[in-house]
Every structure is written in C-alpha cells, then in structure tokens.
Design a protein around this ligand. Sequence first.
Ligand code: GLU
Length: 466
Amino acid sequence: MSELRVRFAPSPTGYLHIGGARTALFNYLLAKSQNGTYVLRIEDTDVARSTQESVDAILDAMEWLGLSCDEGPLYQSDRFDLYKQKVQQLLDEGKAYRCYCTADELDAKRERAKEEGRKPKYDGTCRNRMDHPDAPYVVRFKLPDGREETTFVDRIKGAISFRHEELDDLIIQRTDGTPTYNFVVVIDDAEMGINLVIRGDDHINNTPRQILLYEALGYSIPEFAHVPMILGADKKRLSKRHGATSVMVYKDMGYLPEALVNYLVRLGWSFGDEEIFSMADLLKKFSLDNVGRSAGVFNPEKLLWLNSHYIKSGDSQRLAELLKPFLVEKGINFTSGPDLIDVVKGLQERSATLVEMAAGAEFYFVDQVSYDEKAKKKFLQPEQKELFTLLLKKLGACTSFTEEPLEATFAEVMEVTELKFGKVAQPLRVALTGGAPSPGIYDVLRVLGKEISLQRISQAIKALGA
Ligand code: GLU
C-alpha cells in the first residue's frame, strides 16, 4: 500500500467550526498513527467570501488544538493558473463547454421545470454550441453520456450510488473566470497525491460529480470517508442556538485544548466504553473502523465534565501559564502575593474552566478583601472579636503555615474557645476570602502565607459589626 496522504481543506469564510475541527482531528489522527502525511489546504477560490482574517482564525485554532500539518498551508488562490490550464484541457477534449445562458434565462428554465413538476437542472442548451459570442460565459463539465450511475464505496458509509439523472452539467468556471469548488478540489486532491478524503457527509452529494471529474482529467480516484454531521440536542444540525460552535470561543471560555480534542473525537468515534483519551492514546487507538454511521449529538455538559477532568489532573505549572490571560482579563495582579502555582493547585479540584479558576483565584490577590454582604452579616459580628484576636495571636505564633502546625494551632484555638471546628473556620474563611467559595481553610492559610493571613484577620477585626 502506498503511504497514506490525507488533507483538511477548510474554506476561509469564518471561524473554525466544531465540525471542521473534528474533521481536521480525524485526518490528523489517521495520518499520524499510520506514518502518513497530513496536508492543510486553504480553499479560498471564492474570492468574495474568503478573508485573511478567517485564514488566521483557522490557523490559530488548529495550532491551539495541536493539529499541526505536515504540508501546508497551501492556498488554492496560488494555483489559479493550474486550474485555468485544466479547464482548457477539458474544453479542448470536448469534455467541457462554454455556456452563455444568462441568469435570467436560467431562472426562467428553473421556473418552467418547477411548474411542470420536473427537477430543476440545466437543460444542456449550450452543450453543442459551436459559436463563440462575445458575451460572458461559464464553463460547464459535460456529464458523460451513456452511463446511468456512479457508485463508490465509502469507508464509513459503505457503497453509495447516484443516478446520473439526478446530476447535470456542472459549472466548473464562473463568469468571472474563477473555478468552482468541485473542480478545484479534484485537481488539488489529485495533484497533492491525496489517497483518502475524510470530510463531512454534507459533501456526499458532491462525490459522484468529483469522481466523474477525476475520470475526465485522467486522475486516479482516492478513497472517501464521509464523517456524519454533528447535531444539537434537538437533532437539528449544530448551530449557534445549541451553544458556541467556534473552537476559539471555547478557548475564551476557559476550556483546555486536550478536553476539546477528547470531546471531539468521541463525537462520532468510540473505543469500547472508554471516555478519556490523551493524544498519545488516540494515536494508538484511532481508526476509521470505529467511526459510527450516525450523527453525533453535541453535549455541552459532557464537554464541561471532560474539561474539569483535565483541569483536575493537569500539570499545575502549565495551568498557571494558561490561567494568566484570564487573570489579566479580570484585572487581577498576580505578580505579587501568593505563588500562582500554589493558588492553581488549590483550585484545580473545584474549577470546571479556567474562567471559573480565575474567579476563584481573585481573593488571593486583592489588597483589601471585600466581603460578601450575607457572609459579613453572619460571621463578622462584634461577638467574634475574641475569636479573631485569639486567632491573630495563635497564628502569629505558628512557626510554619503548613498542614500540621496549622492543625495544631486550630486545636488550641478550639480548646480555648470551646468552639467546634466549623465555628472557627467559617468566620476565619470570611476574613481571609471575603466569603467566596474556596479550598479548605488550611490550604487557604498556607497559600496566602502568614503575613497576608494576619493582615486579613486584622482587617476583619476592624470591620466587625461595621
Ligand atoms: N472546503 C470545503 C469545506 O470547507 C471542504 C471540501 C472537502 O473537504 O472536500 O466544506
């Protein structure tokens, strides 16, 4: 067998969509796991709708997901000469023709077909035309005569046949001289040696047309694997109504790329009942054999669950780096005060996203604690003065703010005051955090450190009953 060559071929007309990212991921995984080559091709022949901004957005998202390509990005807009040459080749061989029908004429034909209950398709008016009027024209590919159907065996969906009566003479070059998708995709896949085309099943209907073009251009036909769509919970095609569909919006919402990769791969692929897959696992386990035939349903709760899994089990130092932009966004100055990695360690258990983690980190870095009104009413009352004064003294004498000495200090305070643990810890937590949900009290003390903890207790004493 020849070396596997696959490609991801996004059109730069917007951001990288969840569905596109999954297609890219399947291509990437298959190539990497089989020592193949993964090509990235930017399909920007639709000049009016393609933007550099969108190219950048797609490349950023691919990089964030870690799906680096082996070849590319290649741009179709660099290859117009080649496409022109191929159009000419088909014209010369009589496999394509110039069509001068105007938009109005085509509309009228379509109307008539509708009225007569026929499927609207081009009627071949210009098929055998010999003249070359000085007028705008498109170039159409002549559907080969004398064949009734085109069949291919899809690697995911099995054998698929299309009746030629469903097809018509496809436009391969627009009036402005630019080539169309179905034509260039064939030339590029063939010229780039792609031998397996993995893409969304919204392209299944294009496949017979493309196969006919491969034949007409004398290329060998690749294999196809059409991946089922992604649907929302209501079984309608995934759209913004179901939540964010842009990969980078998930980054902004504090998701980790490994969570998204893990989530995306399971949307349509399974491996027993396993749910957690690192990239290394996937490179061993992924194959097209376990890609399902039916659509995957997008489930935001599951994605969130995976994200909290990866935050819980992630490397604290890396998470601290990833957290920084979220802290900056909230105006949190993390350059002085507690050690950020320590803060992260305490929050990993309790944060489903980096946005949540940034919110949870805020109290560690403020100069002045601001108290939650309810918590203040409940726990910062004049009768707590004795307790806080004792805490100030005992914690001030505590030699090291680590678990054991802190526990011993707490035991002393509990004994002197005859208070239960919660009655000591709850007011103290409000003094230290303002009342925000936070890790265990020893952890908060340890991470804040002695100086800041004592400062905050003093601040609380001043605030009592105020
Ligand atoms: N450029 C096409 C798209 O974004 C993909 C074409 C293909 O994969 O064949 O839908």
